[in-house]
Write a protein that binds this ligand. Structure first.
Ligand code: NDP
Length: 331
């Protein structure tokens, strides 16, 4: 069995990842790491995990540990990834990969030098819906993609209204949600973001200066113009992705979510049809791809490079909204 160490007694681990690892059949969570001994012990007890640690090095030395899943707050991702890599453990890290591109580069290089797999838990590219949309685009069903709209504004759940709203290193909605949109768009469009223009709001739910709502336009290398809307303070808003091509339009409704739900319609001359989707838990797929990569079978669903590109675009959007300038990404 693949032995996992959870770094961070976090909500995302609690709600999704303990189960996703458990569902693999050939994997086991051996220990959890928390800065708070009582929180770690309670987390371990809740999920029947044998050990909890407050010290990462001690956890990395746990017998049978092969991989770590890092879901601490963002400012810890870089140092903990490098620590795990140096101990020879494969790393599945949460997004945003890091707080800046220099740190992200160190993580990618550090894992490569240590010969361990680095994967980023950009869950949306694991959704059956997004996979199907990608297939339709690649099969030419809508011709050349021209425009795209991403609706990802929602209501930040009460239990997540902590560090996201007041810690500068959270990066607000830009490093929290927009970063996922960019990864999804790169996956769907098979193209790279080139220029970003953005406006943001803050100071209602977040502290002043930390973005809670973002509207951005991304110009992709293949010419597609993309409009993205993310928000923490938009209850009752719909989620979806619309891709308008030269021959047709795909509308994927309810797909910007952690849950395996949503539907797809394809509209062309002659009318609209519903596209069937076989849903599967996104996080189960993420862990499955990561474990295959550990065995030398392909890449994680999102690689360190994918994490870097999503981060670079999110930082560009942050810069664009703060400076009111269009920002061009490096090639
Ligand atoms: P949480 O706030 O739940 O957990 C982050 C850290 O906060 C934990 O590691 C824990 O520290 C500490 N913590 C947890 N509960 C408490 C508490 N009750 N009181 C005090 N401290 C607490 O964050 P999330 O799970 O929402 O996010 C963690 C990371 O995962 C982030 O990087 C985020 O961007 C990412 N994320 C990714 C998602 C995805 O779908 N890919 C979804 C949600 C988040 P300690 O470990 O020391 O116990």
């Amino acid at each position: 069995k693949i032995g996992w160490i959870l770094v961070g007694a976090s909500t995302v681990a609690r709600e999704w990842m303990v189960d996703a690892i458990g569902q693999q059949g050939d994997a086991e969570v051996l220990a959890v790491v928390s800065r708070d001994a009582a929180r770690g012990a309670a987390f371990a007890a809740q999920f029947g995990i044998a050990a909890s640690y407050t010290d990462l090095d001690a956890a990395l030395a746990h017998p049978g540990a092969d991989a770590v899943y890092i879901s601490t707050t963002n400012e810890w991702h870089m140092s903990q990834t490098l620590q795990a890599a140096r101990a020879g453990k494969h790393v599945l890290c949460e997004k945003p990969l890091a707080l800046n591109l220099e740190d992200a580069r160190r993580m990618v290089d550090g894992c490569a030098e240590a010969g361990v797999v680095l994967g980023i838990n950009h869950h949306l590219r694991n959704a059956a819906t997004h996979g199907k949309v990608r297939e339709l685009i690649r099969a030419g069903e809508i011709g050349q993609p021209l425009y795209c709209r991403v609706l990802h504004a929602n209501n930040l759940p009460q239990h997540l209204r902590g560090w996201r709203l007041d810690a500068p290193e959270s990066g607000g909605v830009t490093l929290d949600m927009f970063v996922h949109d960019v990864d999804t768009l790169r996956f769907l469009l098979d193209s790279e973001p080139r220029h970003v223009t953005a406006c943001a709001t803050s100071g209602g739910m977040t502290v002043a200066g930390l973005e809670e709502g973002l509207m951005a336009v991304i110009e992709f290398d293949n010419g597609t113009l993309v409009q993205v809307h993310d928000a923490y303070n938009a209850p009752h808003s719909l989620s979806g992705v619309e891709i308008i091509g030269s021959k047709g339009t795909i509308f994927a409704t309810g797909v910007m979510t952690q849950r395996p739900v949503g539907s797809i319609s394809l509209t062309r001359d002659g009318g609209s049809i519903d596209i069937p989707v076989e849903h599967e838990n996104l996080y189960v797929r993420s862990v499955r791809a990561f474990q295959r990569a550990m065995r030398g079978e392909g890449q994680p669903a999102a690689t360190g490079d994918d994490g870097m590109r999503a981060l670079a675009t999110a930082l560009a959007a942050q810069q664009a909204s703060r400076s009111h300038q269009r920002v061009t990404l490096a090639g």
